[in-house]
Unconditional design. Structure first.
Lengths: 250, 517
């Protein structure tokens, strides 16, 4: 049975896609069969893997399980890492979910036939609070929440914890960190002291992360051994450790 | 290479470099990682994994069960050193042990072949520079011994990328039609096994001799016995080296089948040699008996013990120690006999005699020139009738020996049906008869095995008592003996029903019609 991990934040532009893509890559590189589902209609992670953002039959058929999800999956350039691509019709995913029965666990049901095939399934989520995010909370074992260490981030974090109470494990990590900024340092210290679910690893704001969109690959290939690559490795190690601590495989 | 047909061989004169040149003019390629692989393959003596389309391999600190074309791994576990021999039951509990046990059961995996392969992987790219197919150029060398390296033909493996089937088809067509590469009809592993002079799929202990009903009986007997002698010969080294318990088992089955055939077809042999070789084969059977009996005890120990509840179950450990010690002694004694001058003479003399049997004068061998179909039918009908008569005479008051005698006849009939009946008579009659017979034999066998097990357990009492924890073990053995006794009685109670099916009126009529001439 696979672990389902969703990179999620209510806000956009905080590093969700970068985290999903780089962590999924590391999971696969470590030997685990891994799937990334790009749920964002913008299709950023699909683009990064050079795959066409196209799902035959669109979102309606997919959430009603009228399409054979196994035939929609594409292999990436990396061993063991597959992608379920984004599709422009995903912008209407809320409507499609709302129209279906059991509207909050449709995504979990779509994943059901894949859960024996993959050790990890990553969900790259669009920023919002919607029926899509409710479905994500239902399907995921853990939410990986990138947080930019700025003034309002602590509030965002607390809102989220309240939102998913009793649902998936929440694992937050700092993203787009600029250590030279004293504000970033202060916020990080405060949140780490007050929130046990805050992961230790922090992803720096680095050139190689920005280059991902140009080179269309993972940071470990753009700058192997670079700051960002090492930070993602540390993050992945930390995530796995926390998942283990909660019991079960990984 | 094989079932999936993803391996291609280069045409005669073409070097790997030339193929790559030609490929890069047709396809957009990304030169990926190169790797040197050191693969050690294993299989059972009789090729059980090969038959299941699988391979067992040690590579870079890992043991794995993979498809025979070295594709997907089905199960694996870390193993720093390549083992000499692998017994499924000795592996750490986990998916690999489970998957392996299901296929090979008690058989040991031994080293089959070692391959060094230099690999280069190329990505075939689409217009977005996305890898849509991978090509792996392999240049394998069989390492037959440190000084003997046998290069195999280079091959290109086409590795699909999920969701890009059309591209896969296009690339394959381009390689085959444009460049003249050919689908390999054997896997790299099979090629390697052939290069070492062995046969892919291992050594079978099946008899499967083609016979014609009008063939001379002595020639038919000689071919079957010759094949059985071959089975004995091929299983002897593994029996002596104690690779796994199946070598001895298959060896003994071949001896027993040979003896049954000689008894049933005695009229095709000259009296003097018949007598001599029957004595010799019986001797072989006897000297291998104790080792096999103890093999069975050790193998069945867990099953026997599982009938007991804790703590009685764990108290049985001393018994297992006694069984293992006795087994080791029995095995040593058996090996001494199998290496004796007497055994050597039999190994040489028996096939030599079979080879000249047909050419010997027919005097004193009245059945030799008769058609085997007729003779076999006669024997099958006769043994069947004898069993029906013996079985009918058995009731609740009959001594256990009467069931043992019936079982012996049942074995005789089974060998006749397997060695001759299946090849010479209609399968739709022989197969159901074999099934009915098997049901009867299972019941009779259980009855007798339990009785023997009880007697044997009792014979271990003194040895067990001398060990630490012996008193507890003795009590546990008492419970076990009780369970065995119950099962023996249950088997006896089932007898009437299974025998009735075996000896039913329609069955009797069918046997009379099919086998009597």
């Amino acid at each position: 049975m696979s672990r389902v991990l969703a990179t999620y934040n209510i806000k956009g532009g905080v590093g969700k896609t970068s985290a999903a893509v780089n962590l999924a890559y590391l999971a696969a590189r470590g030997g685990a069969r891994t799937l990334l589902w790009d749920l964002d209609p913008q299709g950023a992670s699909t683009y990064l893997f050079r795959i066409k953002p196209k799902v035959r039959g669109g979102v309606r058929k997919l959430v009603r399980r009228r399409s054979d999800v196994e035939n929609l999956i594409k292999g990436t350039d990396h061993d063991r890492l597959d992608l379920l691509p984004a599709d422009f019709s995903y912008r209407h995913m809320d409507l499609a979910l709302d129209a279906a029965k059991h509207s909050t666990d449709r995504l979990a049901r779509v994943l059901e036939p894949l859960r024996d095939d993959y050790e990890y399934i990553f969900l790259d989520c669009p920023p919002s609070i919607s029926l899509v995010s409710e479905n994500v909370f239902e399907a995921a074992d853990a939410l990986l929440v990138p947080i930019i260490p700025a003034t309002l981030s602590s509030r965002t974090f607390e809102q989220l914890e309240a939102l998913v109470e009793g649902g998936p494990q929440v694992l937050a990590f700092f993203s787009m960190v600029e250590v030279r900024k004293s504000l970033h340092r202060e916020v990080m210290a405060r949140l780490r002291a007050t929130h046990v679910t805050m992961l230790g690893a922090a992803i720096p704001s680095a050139d190689e992360v920005e280059r991902m969109g140009v080179d269309r690959t993972v940071v470990s290939e753009i700058a192997p051994g670079g700051r960002a690559a090492i930070a993602y490795e540390a993050l992945w190690w930390d995530v796995r450790r926390r998942l283990v601590a909660r019991g079960g495989g990984a | 290479m094989n079932p999936t047909g993803t391996d291609l061989l280069l045409p005669g004169q073409m070097t790997p470099a030339a193929v790559l040149d030609a490929l890069s003019t047709r396809l957009s390629l990304r030169d990926g990682a190169g790797a040197q692989r050191d693969l050690r393959f294993y299989d059972t003596f009789d090729g059980l994994l090969h038959a299941a389309g699988l391979a067992f391999v040690h590579e870079s600190g890992r043991l794995a069960l993979v498809s025979i074309d070295l594709g997907a791994e089905q199960a694996g576990m870390p193993a720093a050193v390549a083992p000499g021999r692998v017994l499924a039951r000795e592996l750490e509990a986990g998916p690999l042990r489970d998957a392996l046990t299901e296929i090979v059961e008690v058989r040991a995996l031994t080293a089959l072949v070692r391959i060094h392969s230099v690999e280069r992987t190329f990505g075939v790219l689409d217009s977005a520079d996305k890898t849509v197919v991978r090509l792996v150029l392999e240049e394998p060398v069989v390492v037959a011994s440190p000084n003997r390296r046998l290069p195999l033909a280079p091959r290109i493996r086409i590795a699909p990328v999920r969701g890009y089937d059309k591209a896969l088809g296009r690339v394959r067509t381009s390689l085959v039609s444009d460049l003249g590469l050919q689908a390999a009809d054997r896997s790299m592993l099979d090629e390697a096994v052939i290069a070492t002079g062995a046969t892919p799929g291992g050594v079978s202990s099946k008899v499967d001799v083609a016979l014609a009903p009008d063939q001379r009986a002595d020639s038919a007997a000689a071919s079957i016995l010759m094949r059985l002698a071959e089975v004995m010969e091929s299983n002897l080294p593994g029996t002596i080296a104690d690779v796994d318990s199946e070598f001895l088992h298959d060896y003994r089955v071949a001896v027993r089948r040979s003896r049954a055939l000689m008894r049933e077809l005695k009229g095709v042999f000259p009296v003097e040699q018949l007598t001599r070789f029957r004595v010799e084969l019986r001797w072989l059977q006897q000297v291998t008996g104790p080792a096999r009996d103890l093999d069975v005890y050790v193998l069945e120990f867990d099953a026997l013990r599982s009938g007991l509840a804790e703590p009685t179950r764990s108290e049985l450990e001393p018994l297992l120690r006694v069984l293992r010690d006795r087994r080791a002694i029995a095995h040593r004694e058996m090996v001494r006999e199998l290496r004796s001058e007497r055994a050597a003479q039999l190994r040489a003399g028996w096939p030599a005699f079979l080879g000249e049997l047909v050419a010997l004068p027919s005097d004193g061998r009245p059945d030799a020139p008769r058609p085997i179909g007729e003779l076999a039918g006669e024997r099958i009908a006769k043994v069947y009738r004898r069993m029906v008569k013996m079985g009918r005479a058995i009731d609740d008051t009959s001594p256990p020996e009467s069931l043992h005698e019936l079982r012996k006849q049942g074995k005789e009939l089974r060998y006749l049906l397997e060695l001759l009946g299946l090849a010479l008579h209609p399968g739709d009659v022989v197969k159901p008869l074999v099934r009915a017979l098997k049901a009867l034999q299972d019941t009779l066998g259980r009855h007798q095995d339990r009785e023997v097990q009880i007697a044997t357990l009792r014979s271990f009492r003194d040895d067990v008592l001398t060990l630490r924890g012996g008193a507890g073990a003795l009590m546990a053995m008492g419970v076990m003996i009780e369970h065995l006794g119950e099962d023996e009685r249950a088997a006896r109670a089932e007898f009437a029903e299974v025998f009735a099916a075996f000896a039913s009126k329609p069955q009797r009529a069918l046997v009379a019609e099919t086998f009597s001439s």
